[in-house]
Ligand binder design. Structure first.
Ligand code: FE2
Length: 317
């Protein structure tokens, strides 16, 4: 395939404090250069005999493809970020305040990241993270760094080619000028599109229907608040004898014998059971307890999740 050159998105003569020679040089040499490299690399890759090419050649070409592709995409976003009056729209003010505290807090962080790249080079990106449903400012010291799953919607180019014609080494003046030229209407449009992207799909354990599960964070918060909670480790016997460690303050009960030990539990306080990783053993134990009238749930992440979350453990003899 051949990547097509995109028109410069902003109208360069409307920018304040960024000269035509700077923008033209940036678009023609750096954006255009990235796109031309990308097409040349793509052509090489298309004719490459992958089965008989040494790994280091494949690695090199695929790395350069990633660098050129991301440089192309980020430059398109950079030019599309400019052309406004720098006044944050109402919708974006609310979104920035929600995730950074205030527009000023966002601006201070974003600018400081831009200043900090002066003397080096890289990108500062405002990205939407579908996983967490929030905005984040991302640092990238080269074209090929991007937050996995992040959706950039505003790009500040801090390679010297983006400012030295107008600003010399004065990166601070450049970053401040960039901020005055942001087209927030366009950012808002991209934000509206980005938040429609669904977060990564959660794990569905279809065989257990709507069995209520609980996260490790919630369990630890309940314990920390001293809420009555009967937390029981129900890993299969062979896991417990192999792993040796157990959550601090928790007792182990054999899931095979749930009918025998459930009589020790109180029906008035909630019960949370868990197995090794949060799959069928914990679910089945929770179901057995619910059928017997207990307010039981399973901890979704299991014993491994307890440890991954930094939960305290002790070693068993
Ligand atoms: Fe650039």
């Amino acid at each position: 395939m051949r990547y097509q050159l995109k028109q410069i998105y902003c109208r360069p003569w409307t920018l304040s404090g960024l000269s035509l020679p700077l923008i033209e040089s940036h678009y023609e040499n750096n954006y255009g250069g990235a796109l031309r490299r990308l097409n040349a690399i793509t052509e090489q890759l298309e004719s490459l005999d992958f089965a008989n090419t040494p790994g280091y050649v494949i690695n090199g070409l695929k790395r350069e493809e990633l660098v050129a592709l991301n440089s192309t995409l980020l430059h398109e976003l950079y030019f599309a970020s400019l052309g406004g009056d720098g006044r944050v729209t109402n919708a974006m003010s609310e979104a920035l305040a929600r995730d950074f505290g205030s527009v000023q807090c966002w601006r201070t962080e974003f600018s400081a990241m831009g200043y900090a790249l002066g003397g080096g080079s890289g990108w500062v990106l405002l990205c939407w993270m579908p996983r967490d449903g929030r905005l984040i400012n991302q640092y990238a010291a080269e074209h090929s760094q991007a937050v996995a799953g992040g959706i950039p919607m505003l790009a500040l180019d801090v390679y010297e080619h983006a400012y030295h014609i107008d600003f010399g080494a004065n990166v601070k003046a450049y970053v401040d000028t960039f901020l005055r030229n942001i087209d927030w209407q366009a950012v808002e449009g991209r934000y509206e599109d980005a938040i429609k992207v669904a977060p990564p799909r959660p794990l569905v354990q279809e065989e257990f229907g709507n069995l209520p599960g609980v996260g490790v964070e919630e369990v630890r918060a309940m314990l920390a608040e001293g809420k009555p909670l009967q937390l029981i480790d129900t890993r299969p016997m062979h896991f417990v004898s192999r792993q040796k460690d157990i959550a601090e303050g928790v007792t182990w009960r054999d899931p095979e014998r749930v009918q025998e030990w459930m009589g020790e539990l109180s029906k008035s306080d909630p019960v949370v059971v868990y197995c090794a990783y949060g799959f069928h053993v914990g679910c089945r134990t929770a179901i057995a307890l619910r059928e017997a009238g207990f307010d039981a749930r399973y901890m979704k992440v299991g014993h491994s999740g307890w440890k991954a979350a930094g939960g305290p453990i002790r070693m068993q003899a």
